[in-house]
Design a protein around this ligand. Sequence first.
Ligand code: G4P
Length: 295
Amino acid sequence: MTIQWFPGHMTRAKRQIQEKLKLIDIAIELLDARIPLSSRNPMIDDILLQKPRMVLLNKADLADPAITKEWVQYFAEKGIDALPIDALTGFQMKEIPERAKLILKEKIDAQIRKGMKPRAIRALIVGIPNVGKSTLINRMAGRAVAATGDKPGVTKGQQWIKTGGSMELLDTPGILWPKFEDQQVGYRLAIIGSIKDQLLSVEDVAFYTIKYLLEIYPSELKERFDLESVPVYSPDMESDPIVDVMEQIGRRRGCLQSGGSVNLEKASMLILRDLRGGKLGRISLERPMLASTGK
Ligand code: G4P
């Protein structure tokens, strides 16, 4: 893989986030519930230092609920409170200020003991592109306030956004960069659309996707694309049967080029679009049990 992660970007992002740490009580790390580790910045502990923090597993509506439960357990074992949410519908979002209060309980209790009236908890959302930072901020604010997108040049004065439940958010999230030196991590990030489609060949990403679906979700794959049969997965399976599946899907969906052969690029885009849109059902692309082996 020719793509790299850019240390320059990360250093800048780290500095920007650390500037904001002085202003907040708690950092809210937003991860994608389908790939919690791959969507996590590996330097996050160095960036957030000792700041109290909470992990939100966003897009839980698209992830396999049984695997999301395992991830919650995984983070709990590391002493991190992780809450699955869905920022589009607001699922479980009322819990966010409640959890923050629990995490900051000692500090709040100390303020009360000193006769101080606890003020709203101040939080910063951090996460890699496309995990749903702006959606979450807008949802918590009840209106569109977040600086939209991660496009350079979209700058706005920073403001505190009031949310229900005695919490205030900085309107500009902290943007982290993913680390995608590891090929599997790169593919997972590409599948969910967190790194641009141009960085990896769409056919390669779809190939990886089909191989993974054959391993973990063969019936969902078969059903969605109305396939007569799917090959049995094995870790060292040849590439031909996987390309066959991609071609079958292309034929089913009319992704043909002149001469009648399958346009694999089109078929690949269709596979990824369906997966990203939840059309194959709730699919997790990473499991905690196998995280250490990278599978
Ligand atoms: P960012 O600020 O972290 O970069 O992410 P942003 O809020 O822009 O969200 C990225 C995409 O993810 C948006 O889709 C948004 O609607 C979607 N999204 C955010 N939260 C959730 C969620 O909980 N569930 C689901 N299903 N989708 C969510 P988009 O505008 O269509 O962008 P794109 O997918 O075309 O990139």
